[in-house]
Design a protein around this ligand. Structure first.
Ligand code: SAH
Length: 264
């Protein structure tokens, strides 16, 4: 099938996987079971979708570019367990599922991860920029690494060279697997728990956010912390007033690191 990809779709950063061994590796990493439901985001021409459809109970595709419809229709016609939603993944509702598979433009990795923390799924296999993967796996203390590591266990499946795609992207890519951590599993990890609560309420002022997070942490251990006690703990962290008055989403990376190191 021949379709012209005009310049106006360049911003969608379309790089289609052409290396069959990588396509298979994506599906293998997802460890699909035949009774599982899958959402694939940014299916492109559906090169991975076909295999997913064969190995799962139901597959929902979320694709922003309507020009790809003829390709995705071929898959829909062949497999009765496939649905397509046309829209921006950042705006549409991601249906509850067992597995998420996606290769999205690297420029939207951050808002996409922020969206994933609120979605119901067990595991996700993502192709991301190698820089993002390294940052997260090194467990750095910047926003993106803290956000990702607070909600997910992250594994590197493999690095992918540009020539696995057509057209070739300018940077190296990495396939990673995210496994959702359950809130209850985190009660042993104080900092992770607190950051998770903070990220979940990203538009709260840090001081209020932190107060509620500390109260929630203590509650998890069947004890009670009053607002006053919580405030005293926050005072002991000696964070700048200016930082405490910022909404979580507006903190700088330096402030994230300072916050992480002061928590005890
Ligand atoms: N998974 C395919 C295509 C990867 S290219 C493959 O590996 O061959 C990235 C895909 O994401 C493209 O199909 C592009 O149209 C789609 N895309 C880009 N931005 C998107 C967004 N915001 N929401 C949903 N899909 C998007």
């Amino acid at each position: 099938m021949d379709i012209e990809f005009e310049n106006d779709t360049n911003y969608l950063d379309q790089h289609f996987l052409i290396d069959k061994s990588i396509i298979n590796a994506v599906v293998d990493a997802a460890e699909l079971k035949i009774n599982e439901t899958v959402v694939e985001i940014g299916p492109g021409k559906g090169d991975i979708s076909e295999t997913i459809a064969r190995r799962s109970k139901h597959l929902t595709l979320i694709e922003i570019d309507k020009k790809l419809e003829p390709f995705l229709n071929v898959i829909k016609d062949k497999h009765s367990n496939v649905d397509v939603i046309y829209g921006n993944v950042l705006d549409v509702y991601i249906p509850e599922c067992d597995k998420i598979i996606s290769a999205l433009p690297y420029s939207i990795t951050e808002p996409f991860i922020e969206k994933l923390i609120r979605c119901e799924f067990k595991e996700a296999v993502l192709i991301v920029g190698k820089k993002f993967a390294d940052n997260v796996l090194e467990k750095n203390l910047n926003k993106l690494a803290l956000l990702t590591n607070s909600f997910f266990r992250v594994e590197r499946i493999m690095d992918i060279a540009p020539d696995a795609f057509s057209p070739e992207p300018r940077v190296m890519s990495t396939m990673i697997k995210l496994t959702k951590l359950k809130r209850e599993e985190l009660n042993y990890s104080f900092k992770k728990f607190i950051f998770r609560e903070l990220f979940f309420h990203r538009d709260r002022k840090l001081k209020n956010n932190l107060m509620e997070a500390l109260i929630e942490f203590v509650k998890l251990h069947d004890k009670k912390l009053t607002k006053k006690e919580s405030k005293a703990i926050i005072d002991s962290y000696k964070l700048p007033k200016e930082t405490l008055n910022k909404e979580m989403e507006n903190l700088s990376n330096e402030e994230y690191e300072m916050l992480y190191n002061s928590l005890k």
